[in-house]
Design a protein around this ligand. Structure first.
Ligand code: URA
Length: 212
């Protein structure tokens, strides 16, 4: 059976090493079929000593091309919101629940349209996120949207129910402080973009206060 049909990244995880070893191993991951169409694995970025870890959904078109999370339009909005909330990006580790871009090709121009990952794909990828959490041990986790929330906290997770509140949950057997908020792409898609942006900043301010 090809490894991608097993839907788990576990056999690709390195036996030891820090973030560089993880990133190198993730580059060769074939734990689900998404690696076939994506340009490259987009692993997390930031220091192992980062105090806060932000977890998004999956790389978009720009991230897939550049190999770095949050460098496209959603990333620019997130950068601005972090600055407005008073969170220093140098203190942040940025990553995604799913490390490969998933898309459909829109004919006739063949634009690559982002497609949300399935729970099966997110579950297959979750050993990477678990390893990042175990390595960075952030003081605070910021969960950006439903895919990240479900990957970390289970299928019953609802952003609207818990957003903007400092929570403490057990994740992979370890107590973890976290704040959930909407995904920056949802702000970009919102009919009232300014109100949605202010909501994101307000939630991130809760995160900033938790880091004081
Ligand atoms: N959206 C995400 O969830 N992650 C990225 O890295 C970019 C866009």
């Amino acid at each position: 059976m090809p490894p991608e049909d097993a839907y788990t990244a576990t056999p690709f995880l390195p036996a030891r090493g820090g973030l560089p070893a993880l990133g190198k191993a993730a580059a060769a991951c074939r734990g689900c079929p998404l690696h076939r169409d994506a340009t490259q694995t987009v692993f997390g970025t930031g220091k192992a000593t980062a105090r806060v870890m932000l977890v998004g959904e999956q790389p978009g078109d720009q991230e897939d091309r550049q190999g770095t999370p949050f460098v496209g339009p959603a990333g620019h909005l997130l950068d601005r919101a972090l600055a407005d909330a008073g969170i220093d990006p140098a203190e942040a580790y940025l990553t995604n629940a799913v490390k490969h871009f998933k898309f459909t090709r829109a004919e006739p121009r063949k634009r690559r349209i982002h497609k949300a990952p399935t729970l099966r794909e997110a579950t297959a990828c979750s050993p990477w996120l678990a390893a990042e959490l175990k390595t960075v041990k952030p003081e605070l986790l910021v969960v950006l949207g439903a895919t990240a929330g479900k990957a970390l906290l289970g299928a019953s997770f609802r952003v609207t129910r818990v957003r903007g509140t400092l929570l403490e949950e057990e994740i992979h057997g370890r107590p973890q402080r976290l704040v959930a908020t909407v995904h920056p792409s949802a702000v970009l898609r919102s009919d009232d973009r300014e109100a949605a942006y202010q909501g994101l900043v307000s939630d991130l301010k809760t995160a900033a206060r938790a880091l004081e």
